[in-house]
Design a protein around this ligand. Structure first.
Ligand SMILES: [Zn+2]
Length: 496
């Protein structure tokens, strides 16, 4: 019997010091596409997302909002839950780091690391950025000002617990070099290997005094110290799957952690080290996306140009938003959210490209039941095509935008076939010839539907239904007779 493959994918957990923005929506979508794609292949998929709810920045945001910290994190975390529903994110668990289970788990792993001799107490002197929730290295500051946050860091002199990173650095570096931990996109690998310089491989602090953090998980056996945000946050990938280790071994290691480029240092250095200390395998890959600008500018509260993904979905519908974020923004680089570009993409690709194709052919097909009576499609036929193989390599390389480009090659080819054969005339005068064209188009529709399913699940299902099948059937191997039973005429109505 064939063993079912498993696929474990995560997003980073969203920091709840502010409501969701469009960049996090993109990250959720990228992970959702990977999860849906692997589900279609019949794999056992676990998709974890959630919210990161501890740290000084959050306590400060709550105070500013005039709320109790827990009430505040409950309300912001709920907004991320709403975003997931609006985006049609099909996750398996939503982890919250303030949950009782997660807090207990973090204390449990802390004790393990400590027993192993990987955690020790020492005096810390350095510069801390609240924005990063991290101690910065010289290379990350200009005269004490954080490169990312453009804010003065704080001079810190205090007693902290340290993690013995130096013990694991060499084997992590080797794992990255040899792709045991595969870094996607490839060009980030070099950047990450540069972290493993002399300064980079020093032990780092994993706790802070209670009075300077306040809101967090206490160090077991030392209430005066709070477990520093990254050990807490990163352990969600373990606490979120199952708390019983016996079950967890089936699902670990994670196959892909989808994260933003701002937190890649923590995921490629700290996370693997914590895992080694706990005798867990390294994650198989880390997929790193870039940032989204708004109309060419960095989004910021002060500029008032932060794009609220929930508002955009309310106005334009979920699938056009999924399409834009997955096609226009390269998965592995930076991109721009522009409403003019959004409308261009919508009109050219969705309305005139895909929508028009499905509409014309399905209308002709329904009017000519004779024309399609001996045609079948199947998932096997779809998956043996070269274009499907190219689509698969794009997904495996975390180039989801390229995978969609392949789908649109099919859309354009099909529209061309309809034009060049003047299918609407053939269907009226030459059923036999029309039948040949319908046969070709039916297989292409099956391919478009199947390949589109992880990206635009509703549209994909409608296309499959238009040729008398559904996505579940297409993911199997059997021959399916084509029946144009209902015209799909308004997949993407004209924008007002
Ligand atoms: Zn910073």
């Amino acid at each position: 019997m064939k063993e079912t493959k498993k696929f474990y994918v995560t997003t980073s957990i969203a920091y709840v010091n502010a409501p969701p923005h469009i960049g996090y929506a993109m990250e959720l979508l990228q992970a959702d596409v990977l999860a849906r794609y692997h589900r279609l292949l019949g794999e056992e998929v676990f998709f974890l997302t959630g919210t990161d709810e501890h740290g000084k920045k959050i306590a400060e945001a709550a105070a500013k909002a005039g709320m109790e910290t827990q009430t505040y994190v409950d309300s912001v975390s709920a907004q991320f839950g709403v975003l997931c529903r609006k985006l049609e994110i099909k996750y398996d668990n939503f982890i919250r780091t303030t949950s009782k289970e997660h807090r207990a788990y973090v204390q449990h792993v802390w004790k393990h690391m400590e027993e192993r001799g990987d955690i020790y107490k020492a005096m810390y002197e350095g510069r801390y950025c609240i924005g990063c929730e991290a101690f910065l290295r010289e290379a990350e500051m200009d005269n004490g000002v954080c490169h990312i946050h453009k804010k003065e860091t704080q001079a810190v002199h205090e007693e902290n617990y340290f993690f013995r990173f130096s013990k694991y650095a060499a084997q992590i570096e080797q794992a990255i070099r040899e792709d045991t931990i595969r870094i996607l996109p490839e060009f980030r690998k070099k950047e990450i290997l540069n972290y493993f310089s002399d300064e980079g491989i020093k032990d780092f602090s994993v706790s802070r005094p209670k009075e300077s953090v306040g809101w967090g998980i206490p160090v077991p056996g030392d209430e005066s110290q709070i477990i520093y945000v990254w050990i807490d946050a990163l352990m969600n990938y373990l606490s979120g799957i199952d708390l019983e280790e016996s079950k967890m071994t089936n699902i670990w290691p994670a196959d892909v952690h989808v994260i933003g480029k701002d937190i890649m240092r923590f995921h490629t250095m700290m996370l693997p080290a914590f895992l080694k200390s706990l005798d867990y395998k390294f994650p198989r890959s880390i997929a790193i996306h870039g940032f989204i600008l708004a109309e060419g500018q960095k989004m910021s509260k002060s500029l008032g140009n932060v794009i609220d993904p929930i508002a955009v979905i309310a106005e334009h519908g979920v699938e056009p938003v999924r399409y834009y974020l997955l096609r226009e923004i390269p998965s592995d680089g930076d991109g721009d959210f522009s409403f003019a570009r959004f409308k261009e993409r919508y009109t050219a690709d969705l309305q005139n490209g895909l929508g028009n194709l499905i509409s014309r052919v399905s209308v002709l097909g329904v009017g000519n039941s004779e024309a399609v009576k001996d045609i079948t499609v199947s998932g096997i036929k779809v998956r043996e095509q070269d274009i499907y193989k190219e689509y698969v390599s794009a997904i495996d390389a975390f180039q989801l935008h390229r995978a969609l480009e392949h789908v649109w090659v099919l859309v354009e080819q099909s529209n061309k076939i309809v034009e060049e054969t003047r299918l609407w005339e053939l269907a009226a005068h030459d059923i036999q010839k029309a039948n040949e064209v319908f046969a070709k188009l039916a297989l292409t529709f099956a391919s478009i539907a199947y390949m589109l399913a992880p990206f635009l699940p509703e549209t994909a299902e409608k296309i499959a239904v238009a040729i008398g099948t559904d996505i579940a059937a297409l993911s199997g191997d059997s021959d399916i007779p084509v029946r144009f039973q209902k015209p799909a005429t308004s997949l993407f109505p004209k924008l007002l």
